[in-house]
Design a binder for this molecule. Sequence first.
Ligand code: AGP
Length: 610
Amino acid sequence: MCGIIGYIGTKNAIPILINGLKRLEYRGYDSAGIAFLQVNGFSVSRCAGKIRELERSIRGEKLRAKIGIGHTRWATHGRPSEENAHPHRSGGIVVVHNGIIENFYELKDDLKTKGHVFSSETDTEVICHLICDYEKKGLSFRDATRAALGHLEGAYAIGVINESEPDRILAVKNDSPLVIGLGKKEFFIASDIPAFLKYTRDVIFPENGEMAEITTEGVSISNFRKNRKVTRKATRITWSPTMAEKGGYKHFMLKEIYEQPRAIADTIRGRFSLEKAGVNLDEFGLKESLLKRVSKIFLVACGTSWHSALIGKYMIEDMARIPCEVDIASEFRYRQPLIPRGSLVIVITQSGETADTLAAQREARKLGARVLSICNVVGSTSSREAHGVFYTHSGPEIGVASTKAFTTQLTALYLFSIAMAKAKGKLKDKEITELFSELLQLPEKVETALKIDGAVKKIAKKYCKVRDFLYLGRGINYPIALEGALKLKEISYIHAEGYPAGEMKHGPIALIDNDMPVLTLAPNDNVYEKILSNMEEVKSRGGKLIAVAVEGNRKAASHSSETLLMPETNYYLTPIIFSIPLHLLAYHMAVLKKCNVDQPRNLAKSVTVE
Ligand code: AGP
């Protein structure tokens, strides 16, 4: 996610902007920039890479300014580069933005016909050109900004300054984070509190649809759609700077688990059309005509991303009825895979830098396959070397244990499966619309699922001293059993195994005794009765049963000592919902065992070596 900072006051803005951007570095970024107003007008300084490059570019100059804005960019549209770095400028209007403007292609085309010249590939640049266009029609800075906002579709937090009105900053919030810091005759805007916590602890939280007009005299907030003033009370922040980086959460992993509703919403945003009953494929470098010709799909990844691949197989084969083969990348790269003509290889990688996955991707290309990368990092090696890329917009994932990247990978696979099914003529428009409608409800259902956190914490307290843990699932949820076990292993160091529940009789049932907790995934699906009998097998041998089931399911509760009830969704999205309690369980067990949750021993966030 990008980071925004802005300052207006009596101090020199430049060190405040730079320091603010440094406090936002944890959000992850690939380029940075600041704009500030001097006597001879605005100066904009931007660079690809880290903030120290930006500091180097302005070092030695005696710069002083009373107003300025800054930005750290996490690329979503357009590769990391100086031209694509914010702030963006049109005439005297300078803008920084965090979010995604869904309709920027149309807006950009329209502005170009009016003579506007663009210098970047970003969605953001349309904002400053729109405001400038309205100002040329005689509107004031504030009214021109309001008018421009009326054209924007998508999520945005924006900071705007104007050379012709250098005594104010406009800040807008719409589905992206924005906070306002209140000092003495000085004010701050930022994506997150750490950016200015050093200067003030008094913060206003604007709500969606609100625009703040900030001068050294104060802050005036209005609803920009209704053009009506609103009052927002200030809040005193008591967090330490370190806590503030985690948004008040104890660990990045917990923050990222709770970011999943927003991450999934951002990954969905602008990717499909209910009216056309179709997925917007342009962005992914895939044409429907190509998908029509695909004869077989290989899904290749490592670790948690491999679990996504296993679930993707169920989605694609069930919706599109074409064969899918799933490989662990470190196996794929050495097994001389047989890749028939017309194959599509999908590599799934949060970092886009995993050595085994990159090697598998290169092997696939060498063998003539088309490659699609499902990736979270714009400009990463995997994204640059693939024929097409489906970016999960989960924002940077700091915790080594992958959570929001995993569920946004599944979201991407769901959309891809629908697109493939449509290309193969296997889904009617009505069915596609129903699948989209359920997807639109997913962020809210994940929000509901997160409410189970307290109950999960109690279970963690009961089992945090165990030495072994077994996870069972069937069908599309069997990989969630693997995922739950991996999460527990990697952050709490408790030995855990995930198994297809149907395998119990073939060995694992020998493990069951009074000390063996068994978590079973029991959604209302075609194998529900089978899972119930597996639960019976465990219970009759004294195993401690924990069931994850769907709200209202009393039967599962009667079979288990603890039951975690989740909101119901369709067959394909159930793994996303059912992963929530498993990630929370691993988290709480690790915390109770005083493990280093965000940086577990022996692990790296991206395994860039074999
Ligand atoms: C996930 O919790 C693990 N940290 C790890 O298995 C990870 O999923 C794996 O290393 C793959 O990483 P990637 O998605 O960046 O390729």
